[in-house]
Ligand binder design. Structure first.
Ligand SMILES: Cc1cc2nc3c(=O)[nH]c(=O)nc-3n(C[C@H](O)[C@H](O)[C@H](O)COP(=O)(O)OP(=O)(O)OC[C@H]3O[C@@H](n4cnc5c(N)ncnc54)[C@H](O)[C@@H]3O)c2cc1C
Length: 389
């Protein structure tokens, strides 16, 4: 009932078919197990292969690596349908390659691409992106992990933290400082590092939400990495990393209003069947207003993301303004998610505090959505700069 009408100029019959397939996959392969996986703090590795078999992992990647070229609306459908699980952890892990592989696609050598990409999108190997360091994630240009050239290798030393799929990853896309003499963005490069490289140790981190997804602290102690694993030009990695953030942020925005929509649906269903003082909650004006306040936020966030996707896909609009609007979309969507999770838990009453409702999990998981991939403060700052304020 609350599904936005998928406007014809945004979605083709092929998009709809993909959405149906994905919805079936999520309903049969993920949703029945998600509570158990979350409590267990993990999920079967086999799920990667199952997702790959449906073409989910290869979405948007070139055919020559085993992928399926797809426009941006497929990514949005992916986010919206994964949100139906009510679990951020499962999508973060299954989709960690969507932030790890784009730098390689954009700037990597053909040999490196052929070595890594096909096995990841086939679900056989796992890829993770490691940018954030203990000294801070917002200020990427200040990162300290060094990669010093020594003959045919780089010697990598330093630490990365909060890395999604960091425990399981076979390949790590790592932001390093190749020129320690240069402070700031100038000395940064991107290196692909094998998960079994001697000197790399990993520690699992415990967190507020995303329980089924592994999140790791990585320690690189003089890891020798072949120089051929450099992605793009030495000391020019910063731009590649920044570009990567745009697609991540748009995906996170779609995910966030997707979670907000789940809260809305759960609260509505509860309000319609729960009677207090002889009447369903949904008959009370104060509850109806809450539901409408939720709906208008979901609708606004979704409309902005669809419009942005359309502009990106059709090359409309100035790039700086598009980046600013992507930042705004992330803020708007995650705020919608926060508002809706809060209202849903309130409407569900005690039940909303119990494990097992999707709203309970989403309520715990909203913070990572407002921090990860660029925090709210950084998004507003960047948007202001991009539009010249
Ligand atoms: C579960 C989880 C998974 C993650 N997965 C990954 C991953 O796979 N790969 C990866 O590289 N990183 C990952 N991250 C890291 C994430 O991207 C960072 O947490 C995020 O970029 C913020 O960095 P920080 O935590 O170091 O906070 P800081 O940068 O230290 O910032 C702390 C607070 O200060 C605010 N702040 C910072 N600078 C300013 C300023 N100039 N003005 C005003 N306010 C400011 C921030 O908005 C934030 O609220 C993950 C994080 C989490 C929690």
């Amino acid at each position: 009932m609350f599904d936005a009408p998928p406007l014809p100029h945004y979605f083709s019959p092929e998009h709809t078919q993909f959405r149906d397939t994905l919805r079936g996959f999520v309903a049969s392969e993920i949703s029945p197990h998600i509570n158990d996986w979350d409590e267990a703090g993990t999920f079967p590795r086999d799920l990667y292969r199952k997702a790959a078999a449906l073409g989910i992992l290869g979405l948007g990647y070139p055919e020559k690596y085993g992928g399926t070229p797809a426009d941006i609306f497929y990514q949005i459908i992916l986010a919206e349908e994964f949100a139906r699980t009510g679990s951020g952890g499962i999508q973060a892990s299954i989709n960690s390659h969507t932030i790890a592989l784009p730098p390689l696609i954009a700037a990597g050598s053909e040999t490196l691409k052929r070595h890594i990409i096909p096995s990841v999108i086939a679900g056989e190997k796992i890829a993770a992106l490691a940018v954030t360091e203990p000294s801070g994630g917002s200020d990427v240009a200040s990162l300290c992990t060094t990669a010093i050239r020594d003959g045919d290798h780089y010697v990598v030393s330093g630490e990365k933290t909060f890395i999604t799929s960091g425990m399981r990853a076979d390949y790590l896309t790592v932001a390093v400082r190749t020129d320690p003499a240069v402070k700031g963005a100038g000395g940064i490069s991107v290196l692909m590092i094998d998960g079994d490289t001697p000197g790399l140790t990993r520690t699992e981190l415990k967190k507020m939400g995303w329980w089924c997804s592994d999140t790791a602290h990585l320690h690189f102690d003089h890891c020798r990495v072949p120089a051929t694993n450099l992605v793009g030009t030495e000391n020019r990695g910063f731009k590649t990393l920044m570009h990567n953030f745009n697609s991540e942020r748009l995906f996170l925005s779609a995910l966030a209003y997707g979670f907000a929509q789940v809260c809305l649906e759960e609260a509505l269903a509860w309000a319609q069947q729960r009677k207090t003082f002889g009447h369903p909650l949904a008959e009370r004006q104060v509850i109806r207003h809450k539901l409408m306040d939720m709906m208008l936020r979901v609708d606004a966030a979704r409309s902005l993301v669809y419009d942005l996707a359309y502009c990106i896909e059709h090359g409309r609009g100035n790039t700086e303004h598009l980046v600013a609007r992507i930042c705004m979309a992330k803020v708007l969507s995650t705020q919608a998610m926060q508002f809706c999770a809060d209202q849903a838990v309130q409407i569900l009453g005690g039940m909303g505090f119990m494990r097992g409702t999707r709203s309970e999990r989403i309520y715990r998981e909203v913070k990572v959505m407002m921090i990860g991939g660029g925090s709210e403060e950084i998004m507003k700052d960047l948007a202001a700069r991009k539009i010249g304020i």
